[in-house]
Design a protein around this ligand. Structure first.
Ligand code: ATP
Ligand code: MG
Length: 450
C-alpha cells in the first residue's frame, strides 16, 4: 500500500472504517464499531502531547463468537485497510509441544518484521524512477560494453539507438550475463527463516548468505529477466535501511496491531482441576501478559516498547469464558464484543454482497472457461437454505458452510466447463435440489461431503 493511501486511512472516521468493512463483511456491526473506535483512538493518541500520550493505552478488544461468523475476517480486512503493521498469531501455538517456553516475544519481532517490509516497499515506491534509470544504463552497458563513457560520438549514437530499442522491448529475449549478489539466493534463506525459528533462521541466514552471496555469481538470463533482477537489486541499494528501520520501529510501537486468535483455548476452566494442560495454558497467559501490559522487547532492530500496540483477541468461548482468563489479562482486554450467529438472510448476503463474494468468485473462475453462470435470486436463497440446514443438521461452522455447499453444487459444472465453451448456465432452485438433495437427505453422506 502506498504512503498516500495510508495517510487517507489514518484520517478515516470510525464510521468510514465501518463502511469500508461493510464492503466485505456482512452484519457484525458491534464488532466493526469496536474495532473502528480502537483504530481512531490510535490516531487521536498521535495528536496528544507526549506526556499525556504515554498515559493513554490502547483499549484492547476481545471478540467473542461462534465459529465461522467473521472474527478472523474482520481482523484480516482491518489489516488491509489500516496501513498499520499487523500480524495474526494463534494463542495455542505457544502451548504446542516443542513451543512450550517458546518465547512469546517472537510476536513482537514478527510484527516489526512486517513493518519493515511494509516501510521498505513504501520508501522504494518513491525510488522506482531512479532505479529504472540505473537499470537502463546497466543493461546498455551489458549490451554495448564500453559505450557509457562519452568517447567517440558514433559510440554514444549507437548507445542511444540501443536505448530506444531497449525501451521498446526489442532486446527482451536476448541473453546477457549478469552478476547476481546474495539477493538472488533469497528463496533458499526464506525456506529456513519461514520455518518459524527466527533466531536460528537469522543465524543460518547469515551463514548461508556468506556461502551463497559472499561471492557474486555469473548467470545467463534474458534481458527481460535481467531487468527485473537488476531492478530489485537497484532498489535494495537505493533504499536507506537505517531510515526504514527507524520508521518501522516507530510505526510498530505506535500503530502495530496483533491479532491473537483462539484465545479461548488458553483460558482454563476453573471448575476443573489444574492439570498439566491447564498449567501450560495459564503459563502462556502469564507469558503474554507483560507484552500486553507494555514492556520492552529487544530485537535485532533495537528495543521495541509494546505499551501502545493494539491487541485484538478472538475466540469462540464455547467451553471456557473470558472470565476464565487470569484477571490481569482480562483487565488488559476491557472491550468485549460479541459476534452474532449468522442467519439465513446473512448467508444470502454473504453469497452476493461482499466485493469478493463467493458467487462472484465462482462466476469469474468459470468465465475463464468461457462459461457464463447465472444465479437467480431464488437460487441464492436456496443455497443459503441448504447451508443453514446442513449447519443445523451436522456441525455449525457458520459461513464456512457456504464454501462446502458451493463446491458440491458446482462440482459437475467445474468438471465439464471446458467442454461447453460459450454456454450460459442458469442455476435454479431445481438444479440445486438435484445436486444437493441426496447429500442432505442422507445424513451420513452429508457429514462427509458437506
Ligand atoms: N459476517 C461475514 N461476512 C462475510 N463473510 C463471512 C462472514 N463471516 C464469515 N465469513 C466467511 O466465512 C469464512 C470464515 O470466517 P472467519 O475466518 O472470520 O471465522 P471465525 O469467526 O474467525 O471462526 P473461528 O472461530 O472458527 O476462527 C471467511 O473466510 C469468510 O469468507
Ligand atoms: Mg478465526
Amino acid at each position: 500500500m502506498s504512503a498516500s493511501a495510508k495517510l487517507q486511512l489514518d484520517q478515516m472516521t470510525p464510521r468510514q472504517i465501518v463502511e469500508e468493512l461493510d464492503r466485505y463483511i456482512v452484519g457484525q456491526t458491534a464488532a466493526k464499531k469496536a474495532v473502528a473506535i480502537a483504530l481512531r483512538n490510535r490516531t487521536r493518541r498521535q495528536q496528544l502531547s507526549e506526556d499525556l500520550r504515554d498515559e493513554v493505552y490502547p483499549k484492547n478488544i476481545i471478540m467473542i463468537g461462534p465459529t465461522g461468523v467473521g472474527k478472523t475476517e474482520i481482523a484480516r480486512r482491518l489489516s488491509k485497510l489500516s496501513g498499520a503493521p499487523f500480524i495474526k498469531v494463534e494463542a495455542t501455538k505457544y502451548t504446542e509441544v516443542g513451543y512450550v517456553g517458546r518465547d512469546v516475544e517472537s510476536m513482537i519481532r514478527d510484527l516489526m518484521s512486517t513493518a519493515l517490509s511494509m516501510v521498505k516497499v513504501e520508501l522504494q515506491s518513491s525510488l522506482t524512477a531512479e532505479a529504472q534509470l540505473h537499470v537502463e544504463e546497466s543493461l546498455l552497458d551489458l549490451l554495448l560494453p564500453g559505450s557509457r563513457k562519452d568517447g567517440e560520438s558514433t559510440v554514444s549514437d549507437t548507445r542511444e539507438k540501443f536505448r530506444e530499442k531497449l525501451q521498446r522491448g526489442d532486446f527482451d529475449d536476448k541473453r546477457v550475463e549478469i552478476q547476481t549478489s546474495s539477493k538472488a539466493s533469497g528463496p533458499v534463506m526464506e525456506i529456513f527463516s519461514g520455518a518459524g525459528m527466527e533466531d536460528v533462521g537469522q543465524n543460518l541466514g547469515g551463514a548461508l548468505g556468506n556461502i551463497f552471496g559472499g561471492k557474486a555469481k555469473k548467470r545467463s538470463v534474458t534481458v527481460k529477466q535481467a531487468r527485473e533482477i537488476l531492478f530489485a537489486e537497484e532498489l535494495d541499494k537505493l533504499v536507506d535501511m537505517d531510515q526504514v528501520t527507524e520508521i518501522a520501529r516507530e510505526r510498530t510501537q505506535s500503530m502495530g496491531i496483533i491479532f491473537i486468535d483462539e484465545i479461548d483455548k488458553i483460558a482454563s476452566r476453573s471448575s476443573e482441576g489444574r492439570g498439566g494442560a491447564d498449567v501450560s495454558r495459564e503459563g502462556v497467559q502469564r507469558d503474554i501478559l507483560p507484552i500486553v501490559e507494555g514492556s520492552k522487547v529487544s530485537t535485532k532492530w533495537g528495543t521495541i516498547d509494546t505499551s501502545h500496540i493494539l491487541f485484538i483477541a478472538a475466540g469462540a468461548f464455547h467451553i471456557s469464558k473470558p472470565s476464565d482468563l487470569i484477571p490481569e489479562l482480562q483487565g488488559r482486554f476491557p472491550i468485549r464484543v460479541e459476534l452474532e450467529e449468522l442467519t439465513r438472510s446473512d448467508f444470502q448476503r454473504i453469497l452476493t454482497q461482499p466485493k469478493n463474494s463467493l458467487l462472484l468468485q465462482y462466476k469469474a473462475l468459470l468465465k475463464t472457461e468461457n462459461v457464463e453462470v447465472i444465479f437467480t435470486d431464488e437460487a441464492v436463497a436456496r443455497i443459503a437454505d441448504y447451508a443453514f440446514e446442513v449447519n443445523q443438521m451436522t456441525e455449525n461452522i457458520g459461513a464456512r458452510r457456504l464454501h462446502t455447499v458451493m463446491e458440491l453444487l458446482l462440482e459437475e459444472l467445474s468438471f465439464s466447463a471446458p467442454e461447453i465453451p460459450g454456454q450460459s448456465i442458469t442455476i435454479t432452485p431445481a438444479y440445486i435440489d438435484e445436486r444437493l438433495k441426496p447429500a442432505v437427505s442422507d445424513q451420513d453422506l452429508g457429514r462427509f461431503i458437506l
